[in-house]
Design a protein around this ligand. Structure first.
Ligand code: SF4
Length: 701
């Protein structure tokens, strides 16, 4: 198959598996894992293996632009592209003229290709004159971003997947890679099979498949992560299982760290976390004697009102053990989306500028403005994801352009999101699929080209950039997102958007990276096509990429030292359960579904594993509530309610219930939307919402 097959990258999770695509005479594609790809070595998970169905079945695709001429007009009319984008430009100009540039915003996605993300940011921050552009990566990685920036001086994942095979201890916390990053997990399993002394420790309130596989499962009470990591830190210090040389010569802030971890005895910490003291000691001892210690985490840490504090506490364990910048060691955030990292590189958040530059830094704003040939970039931070929808609800934001994401299912407190979208003066939804719930609020629907229907690049969780070629034509009149955005920019009268192809866009961005920590100025489409994937930085001619950062122990902070950041609190700040709402709801993904199921939901074989949303509840709790397997339950929070069948399982702690996040109104019903329940509470630093701790009531319906 390899001879005439085309190399690409999976469009789902941040693992970034390499694929070989073949196309038949009828333009139908087939998909195989690329045996030569450094990430997956030919393996694919269930989602990746079934990607061809998503491309070949175009029955759900949006095929032409549609427009509602006024709010009183009930129907969307088919229009041509010129009419659609001229109207969009007319409405945006008129709203900006009347209410100023901060009255419009863009909400984009970690599935956008880097070139699309770059153009959207250039358009909004450089030319529309507002920083109101944020991404659904805000819901995913922004707490980890703050953790990396404050610890290492830059949003930089220090590690490579190749370190997995060099490690002998994995602390997997707030993540279920067996379901959500399966190929990465397969690599850990294979490594452990060959090296039985390798240990995995899982930290999770649920006994997930990852936790069941682990040598040690710390089934902590939700929200007690900081206390647990500090207790592990205390034990490491007390046992002398720390790297004194690294602490003394390459870090700052250790004294404050030591003072904080000594605040709680192990006994007290164990009581507060709900895990035995012996298990905390065991975890610390495994970590402390390991030669290569990798911590892996995902949404269990990030999606919390104390998400950045959780990140700090975990990152500090890598610092006291000196397990950074050496083979088989380092902290490793697991990205949920295929290009969340590429998006951050080009400034895809309301508080960032391209090339990881800082919006609040006047010099950085001046440099970026100069590069784009505009007078200035506003210093006012834009609305973050949840702020954008709050602003729509209150009328401060009048128009929103939503690209490749489905906020009507995925944001917290979705009924408020619905109201916000109803209240907006103008909503543009640019998407590939009719299955998006958000379409019902659109005044303008723009059909976009999907995966394999356009060209561009992505960056996976280990900083690996890959090139994705166009393989098939998009159906109907669907167009690549960059073309749509560039056409819109030109209709707005902006210069600097007349690119010949996406390679030119990439080159413009790559030139901007020159001399920075994420320098890819020596990486171009030709090298990506001919030589394969590269991990940034790639900063000299013939440079082959950088698998591991900080091998010289020089960090990107002003002092060149890594920083112990001290959590501002040990305790969770989510609203606690009480007599009315006695359970803690935690939400997450299931193995074969992805996001709001606009793609995975159309593949019938992916529905068999977890066909409908169910409430996971411990049998002891269920008995008290007279709930049996399959009983329809009403779950209610202060915000709303959900009605689903119960699934009794002792894999979850008593007092905790779990709901999957994928199902929306279109696929099920309003009463299956898990985010009816979640609260719009965010971490004060990262502005990432808390999806992991909502006080709820459960009743038999
Ligand atoms: Fe795709 Fe992630 Fe599965 Fe790899 S692990 S095939 S990137 S979904």
């Amino acid at each position: 198959m390899q001879d005439n097959s085309i190399k690409s990258t999976c469009s789902y999770c941040g693992v970034g598996c390499g694929l070989l695509i073949k196309k038949d005479s009828k333009n139908k594609v087939s998909v195989e894992g690329d045996p030569d790809h450094p990430v997956n070595k030919g393996m694919l998970c269930s989602k990746g293996r079934n990607l061809h169905y998503v491309v070949n079945d175009t029955s759900d695709r949006l095929l032409y632009p549609q427009m509602r001429w006024s709010k009183s007009h009930p129907n969307l009319d088919r229009v041509d592209w010129d009419t659609a984008l001229e109207r969009a430009a007319h409405v945006f100009k008129s709203i900006i003229k009347q209410h100023g540039p901060d009255s419009v915003g863009f909400y984009v996605s970690g599935q956008c290709l880097t070139e699309e993300y770059y153009i959207a940011n250039k358009l909004v921050k450089g030319f529309l004159g507002t920083n109101n552009i944020d991404t659904n990566s805000r819901l995913c990685m922004s707490s980890a971003v703050v953790g990396y920036k404050k610890t290492f001086g830059e949003d930089s994942v220090p590690i490579a997947y190749a370190d997995i095979e060099l490690a002998d201890c994995f602390l997997i916390t707030g993540a279920n890679p067996a379901y959500c990053h399966p190929i990465l997990f397969r690599r850990i399993e294979a490594h452990k099979e060959k090296n039985p002394d390798v240990k995995t420790i899982a930290v999770d309130p649920r006994r997930t498949d990852t936790a069941a596989y682990a040598d040690l499962h710390l089934q902590l009470l939700p929200g007690t992560d900081i206390i647990l990591y500090n207790a592990i830190g205390r034990r490491l210090l007390e046992q002398g299982l720390v790297d004194k040389d690294f602490i003394d010569n390459h870090t700052e802030g250790f004294a404050q760290y030591r003072a904080q971890v000594m605040q709680l005895s192990l006994k007290e910490a164990a009581k507060q976390c709900g895990v035995p003291v012996a298990d905390i000691k065991k975890a610390a001892d495994i970590i402390g004697i390991s030669k290569g210690f990798i911590s892996m985490w995902a949404m269990g840490l990030n999606q919390s009102v104390v998400g950045t504090n959780k990140n700090f506490a975990l990152l500090n364990l890598s610092l006291i053990t000196g397990q950074v910048g050496k083979p088989g060691s380092g902290p490793f955030s697991l990205t949920g989306q295929p290009n969340a990292m590429g998006g951050r590189e080009v400034g895809g958040m309301a508080n960032l500028l391209a090339v990881h530059k800082d919006l609040m830094n006047e010099n950085h704003r001046r440099e970026v403005a100069h590069f784009w040939g505009v007078n200035e970039i506003s210093g006012k931070p834009g609305y973050t994801a949840t702020q954008m929808f709050e602003a729509l609800e209150t009328g401060r934001l009048k128009a929103v352009w939503i690209i490749c994401t489905n906020p009507s299912v995925s944001l917290p407190d979705v009924r408020k999101v619905d109201k916000a979208l109803q209240n907006a003066k103008f909503v543009v939804v640019q998407d590939i699929s009719k299955r998006s719930d958000t379409l019902q609020y659109a005044d303008l629907i723009l059909p976009a080209a999907g995966w394999l229907e356009k060209e561009g690049t992505m960056t996976n969780s280990e900083r690996r950039i890959s090139h994705l070629p166009k393989v098939v034509e998009a159906p109907g009149e669907a167009r690549p997102d960059v073309e749509i955005l560039c056409d819109f920019a030109q209709k707005m009268g902006f210069r600097g958007f007349d690119y010949y192809n996406t390679s030119e866009i990439y080159q413009e961005y790559a030139a901007m990276t020159k001399g920075t920590n994420i320098d890819i100025s020596y990486l171009n489409y030709d090298r990506l096509k001919n030589e394969g994937t590269f991990q940034w930085p790639v900063n000299t001619y013939r440079h082959t990429g950088t698998p591991r950062l900080f091998e010289d122990k020089k960090f990107y902070t002003p002092s060149k030292k890594a920083v112990f950041n001290i959590p501002s609190t040990l305790y969770n700040r989510s609203i606690k359960p009480d007599a009315e709402y006695p359970f803690v709801l935690t939400t997450g993904r299931v193995r074969d579904q992805w996001h709001t199921m606009t793609k995975t939901g159309k593949v019938s074989r992916l529905k068999t594993h977890y066909p409908t949303p169910v409430l996971e509840i411990h049998p002891v709790d269920a008995v008290k509530l007279k709930i049996r397997e399959g009983t329809i339950c009403e779950v209610a929070s202060e915000n709303g309610n959900v009605r689903v069948k119960a699934k009794l399982t002792d894999t979850i702690r008593q007092g905790v219930v779990f709901l999957p996040m994928h199902w929306g109104k279109k696929l099920a019903s309003d009463l299956n939307r898990t985010n009816n329940l979640t609260q719009n509470m965010v971490d004060p630093q990262s502005k990432e919402p808390d999806f992991k701790f909502t006080a709820v009531r459960v009743e038999k319906y």
